[in-house]
Design a protein around this ligand. Structure first.
Ligand code: FES
Length: 172
């Protein structure tokens, strides 16, 4: 017996500031559309089970594991991938911190580490060490680059705290 064909239909997404239309089944994982249809390869396929964090993206201001988010759950919320944060000529401050602290070996986990850090600093511009570790604890790195990654996140957090102080008019 043949399997019933999967029905697809046009779905609108807002990705990295652009509206895009994709033709897909509503249950398709967001990660598949980002990588295969939109050629955004910042988010990585690691476990495919929501456990490693390699596929993280921002949905609104929150980090989400795009391998477990069906298209139907995205709705009108803006999706931001690593590519939407910055580029090689104009990197996001968190990306700059990761470069400055040599926080990469194979680089596979970096997408998730950076997305998680951006989400953390958006909701909490002055995270404590405990809060930083809690935000990253479910992002797996198999190379053992944890010390450099933590240094980069601390540096990004210092910049974020300074920026929050400047915009709130706090004393220096
Ligand atoms: Fe999505 Fe591992 S690939 S959490």
């Amino acid at each position: 017996m043949e399997n019933a064909p999967i029905s697809t239909h046009p779905i609108r997404l807002r990705v990295n500031g652009r509206d895009v239309m994709v033709d897909a089944a509503a249950q398709t994982p967001l990660l598949y559309i980002l990588r295969n249809d939109l050629e955004l390869n910042g988010p990585k396929f690691g476990c495919g089970l929501g456990e490693c964090g390699a596929c993280a993206v921002l949905i609104g201001d929150r980090a989400a594991r795009s391998c477990t988010v069906p298209l139907s759950a995205v709705g009108d919320r803006a999706v931001t991938t690593l590519e939407g944060l910055g580029d090689i000529d104009n990197p996001h401050p968190v990306q700059q911190a990761f470069i400055a602290h040599n926080a990469a070996q194979c680089g596979y986990c970096l997408n998730g580490m950076i997305i998680a850090t951006v989400a953390l600093l958006r909701r909490n511009p002055r995270p404590t060490e405990t809060e930083i570790r809690a935000a990253l604890r479910h992002h797996l790195c198999r190379c053992g680059t944890h010390l450099e990654i933590l240094s980069a996140v601390r540096a990004a957090a210092m910049l974020s705290a300074a920026s929050a102080s400047n915009s709130s008019g706090d004393d220096p």
